[in-house]
Design a protein around this ligand. Sequence first.
Ligand SMILES: [Zn+2]
Length: 460
Amino acid sequence: MEIKIHNTLVGSKQVFKPIDPEKVTIYVCGPTVYNRIHIGNARPAVIFDTFVRLLRQIYPKVVYARNITDVDDKINNAARELGVDISVVAEKYALAYQEDMAALHNFEPDIQPRATEHIDEMINIIQALIDRGHAYVSDHHVLFNVPSMADYGKLSKRNIDDMIAGARVEVASYKKDPMDFVLWKPSTDDLPGWDSPWGRGRPGWHIECSAMIQKHLGETIDIHGGGADLVFPHHENELAQGTCCHDHPVEYVRYWMHNGMLNIGGEKMSKSLGNFITVAELLEQYQGEVLRFALLSAQYRSLLNFTDDLLNQSKAALDRFYTVLRELKYVEALPVSEFSSLPVVKALADDMNTPEALAAMHQLASELFKATDPAEKAKLKGQFVTSGQLLGLFNHDPEQWFKQGNADSLSEALIDAKIQERADAKKARDFGKADEIRNWLLERGVEIQDTREGTRWQRI
Ligand SMILES: [Zn+2]
């Protein structure tokens, strides 16, 4: 089956043709680990996780790498403030990142390379760039010489004159050209550093991705993903490094995919506006699956406006889906016979049209509510479950889904005790007390239903 991808490099949708259909390679820029990630950082992680799930259904092998930037001036500053080594800060937030990723039901990538474990590889690429006349040493720095690459700017569609005009007024004295960017910079004794042919120092940010891609995935990869804010300068510079470090220019990436930004309540998220919201904070109020649903609700390239309404709608949609699954608990799902013909698959294969995929899920849910024929129910349930899992949904037992609360909710143990108390009251024919307990729970957001299989409860 055919997948279409909007390729930033060509500016339009293209049919995806991997270099080697037996092994598809994809790399996504990961976090700089110096604080808890905000919800905007979670968007590419969920988008590309979903995309990789689709790729895995179509290709026999997919290698998905997402890096961890564990050396950066932001980490240095955080470590200095705390008076600890950078590894302490990096370790703490790398772990926090994994927790957030798991809570959002993202699979772990196949490879999660760390910058500090690839210093030798970075030094090798920098040396290759110097040897080929694309980089130079100046005042203990190594810089990539932008004019040495004729088509620099082709990814972000900027021409050099515009870039220079837009460049900051003050240009470092060690640069030959104002656009030249740092590959290696010197470290003072109080900063992390590694020995190199150019003295003790540390890498620039862009070089780590080129080095890790080359080491783990090869000279040319199929897909490179990341946020639209990374197109320039990060990806433009990665592209320059990865193309120019070989004897002959090599195609670095075949398809570039960039996700749009995320606004909070109509405004750009920023610390100064006070609307900076972390995944961890949101998880105190919402299940990870609700956050995931909300992140998938817009097509990945568009701006996503993240609001309380969106979260509540996402929760309501998932409640509807889980209601279907709970009602059909005893229906055996029939395996899907034609994966590529599923509406959710078709929508995802068309440049990850997740709004259409979620609409198709609603359609399936409606059909399931209406279906009466057992064979039809089994077939539809199979499609519904397969499609939902492809989107990274349905990670919960349907009964359990309705029992999950937030930080302010009654505990399950207390609810169970109250239900037992009510059962005892009914047995003793004290129906007044039984009703009192039912109402007490209802006032606290817990609804109970007496079914043939006993008393069932859910949070409302
Ligand atoms: Zn990167």
